[in-house]
Design a protein around this ligand. Structure first.
Ligand code: DGL
Length: 262
């Protein structure tokens, strides 16, 4: 299985660095190759066909690095393009929706899901949660403004608090478990918690990292080096604010960035 090979992580932009952060915490020895489609972000406002096409292109680019596993960190790409990518990929492909849905299905009572317009329109979380808990009551709310607020760095700001309140107030009072179904939302956890105290938040990136750990343990194999695994960052565009925003998502400095042509 050649476990020394890297894990490929793909996202529509740099939001998926929250998933890389979770992976590096849980599996520090693994080598990671991150591919962010910063030239075409956001995916969350695009159509199904376009998201599938972009997901397949990004998957093909990642294959050049001979990954042992591809993680689709982007919820929107997982919702629309995962099956298409799995059908053509020579290595296993894990999306973030199945792990997040499984974690949510273990709670009692109705479940809330927040995500991009395209993720919510796909009903992918609903289907995945009902696979585990057929009668589950699920309320989904698209929160398109939250991506911009997270990228703007308004993580502790009354405006973000108000926007979170406005979106989360669409969820019935009985909803006590909410899936953060978007790469950017973990950054806004403080605002979200202020808007809806007492909620259990399921971070789809964190539970995806746990699912990666299980896949490695059950056959793909762990990289054996004890030194911290290298992180290669490859983007389709590097705008001026990218480093500042990316470091907020990753929680460490970004190091060198490579650009790839589409
Ligand atoms: N990465 C996307 C997601 O998790 C959010 C940004 C976008 O719309 O592309 O759904």
């Amino acid at each position: 299985m050649r476990p020394q090979r890297p894990i490929g992580v793909f996202d529509s932009g740099i939001g998926g660095l929250t998933v890389v952060h979770a992976l590096r915490r849980l599996l520090p020895s693994e080598a990671l190759v991150y591919l962010g489609d910063t030239a075409r972000v956001p995916y969350g406002t695009k159509s199904h066909d376009t998201i599938v096409r972009y997901t397949l292109q990004m998957g093909a680019l990642l294959q050049q690095h001979d990954p042992k596993l591809i993680v689709v960190a982007c919820n929107t790409a997982s919702a629309h393009g995962l099956a298409a990518l799995q059908a053509v990929s020579p290595c296993p492909v894990l999306g973030v929706i199945a792990p997040g849905a499984e974690a949510a299905s273990q709670s009692n009572g109705p479940v809330g899901v927040i995500g991009t317009l395209a993720t919510v329109a796909s009903a992918a979380y609903e289907e995945a949660i009902r696979r585990h808990r057929p009668g589950a009551v699920i309320h989904s709310v698209a929160c398109p403004l939250l991506v911009s607020l997270a990228e703007e760095g308004w993580v502790d700001d009354p405006i973000t608090d108000a926007v979170c309140r406005r979106y989360l107030n669409e969820l019935p009072f009985e909803v006590k478990t909410v899936v953060l179904g978007c790469t950017h939302y973990p950054i806004l956890k403080a605002s979200l918690s202020r808007a809806r105290p007492g909620t259990t938040w399921i971070d789809s990136g964190e539970v995806a990292a746990e699912a990666v750990e299980r896949l490695l343990r059950n056959g793909l194999g762990f990289r054996t080096e004890s030194a911290p695994g290298p992180l290669r960052l490859i983007l389709t565009d590097a705008s001026s604010r990218l480093r500042e925003v990316g470091e907020r998502f990753l929680g460490e400095s970004l190091g060198s960035l490579e650009l790839v042509d589409l």
